[in-house]
Ligand binder design. Structure first.
Ligand code: UDP
Ligand code: MG
Length: 326
């Protein structure tokens, strides 16, 4: 028997959950027709939703023994949701996907075939178009990937997504990275393994709203840079050396001018400008240092990545349903 775990982080997804459940169970049935030795578990992570998501998950868990869920004590973010899902999944294979049907379940059978063939350890989709996204947004995205790949050893594939079909081996590798500041796009690529990228066109969310504003995306990309590159630190060293060289040349010029022409240094404005510029530069570099320090600070606290408030076991106990014996 082979077990496939489908991990779905959910934050305020009450509108799409029924749609998602219908689609995913169809796909599960289709796979089962072809591979009768395959079982499924659906593991939803309720990331502190403020709507009826939890109620919806409780109902699903009562009616379908394949459904499991973990409900967080508050909103911990999608990264924490994915981590919790991977950690609590029991499958030989694990699929991570969004609840909003932007990750079409119809891809899963093909992904399964790729991984079963033994040629790949992971199958994932890769967006080839950025339709339905504003021009400025896609411009920033493209620039981000370009810069990121220049300054980081870890390759971050443009358009790659968190929709993945992975072997247990790869999941265990991801779980061995216990960092608190999680940047999955980097983590997936850092662990390596043979990955099949399947091209696909962007689809709109089935219902509900995205939680990503431009600001949060920008913050997310900075997270990525600080988590997977130390280039900003090198930039500050470089700036330091550069300004030292410029200053040295200026001193030489001034001294020679003074010796040769007896020309006393003049220019209050220049002095003030240079002081202000150097001050700004120094603060900028200290700021970069501070970014890394704050990450180290958070890591060193060693806080848990998520906190569970309730799982499917609670609701099954309440309803006197025996647990699945997976
Ligand atoms: N999500 C989550 N916690 C959050 C924000 C989002 O678990 O704090 C989930 C959300 O329910 C969805 C997935 O992450 O299943 C992707 O979120 P969204 O669709 O808002 O992002 P987008 O598709 O716009 O990148
Ligand atoms: Mg989405």
């Amino acid at each position: 028997m082979k077990l496939i775990s489908i991990v779905v982080p959910c934050y305020n997804e009450q509108e799409v959950l029924p749609l998602f459940y219908r689609e995913i169970t169809n796909v599960m049935a289709r796979i089962k027709d072809k591979h009768s030795d395959t079982e499924f578990e659906l593991l939803f992570i309720n990331d502190g939703s403020k709507d009826e998501t939890l109620k919806c998950l409780r109902e699903l868990a009562v009616n379908d023994s394949r459904v499991r869920y973990i409900s967080f004590s508050r909103n911990f973010g999608k990264e924490a949701g994915m981590y919790a899902g991977l950690q609590n999944s029991k499958g030989d294979y694990v699929v991570v996907m969004d609840a909003d049907l932007q990750h079409p379940p119809a891809f899963i059978p093909q992904m399964y075939e790729y991984v079963l063939s033994g040629e790949y350890d992971c199958a994932t989709t890769r967006r080839v178009s950025r339709e339905g996204e504003s021009k400025i947004r896609s411009w920033f995205s493209r620039k981000f990937y370009k810069i990121m790949n220049k300054i980081s050893q870890t390759e971050i594939v443009d358009g790659a997504q968190d929709f993945r079909f992975m072997t247990r081996q790869m999941v265990d590798a991801i779980l061995s990275m216990k960092e608190y500041n999680r940047f999955s796009k980097g983590i997936f690529s850092w662990v390596g393994f043979r990955t099949k990228y399947m091209p696909y066109e962007n689809v709109e969310r089935a219902a509900g709203n995205t939680t990503w504003s431009f600001k949060s995306l920008f913050k997310y990309s900075l997270e990525g840079i600080f988590a997977f590159s130390t280039a900003p630190l090198s930039i500050s060293s470089f700036l330091g050396i550069l300004s030292f060289i410029i200053a040295f040349i200026m001193i030489l010029v001034l001294v020679i001018k003074w010796l040769a022409f007896g020309d006393p240094v003049q220019g209050y404005t220049t002095t003030i400008c240079v002081i202000l510029m150097m001050g700004g530069l120094q603060l900028f570099c200290i700021g970069i240092l501070g970014q890394y320090l704050s990450k180290t600070y958070l890591e060193s606290k060693n806080r848990p990545i998520y906190i569970i408030h309730e799982t499917e076991n609670d609701v099954r106990k309440e309803n006197h349903i025996e647990n699945d014996k997976h």
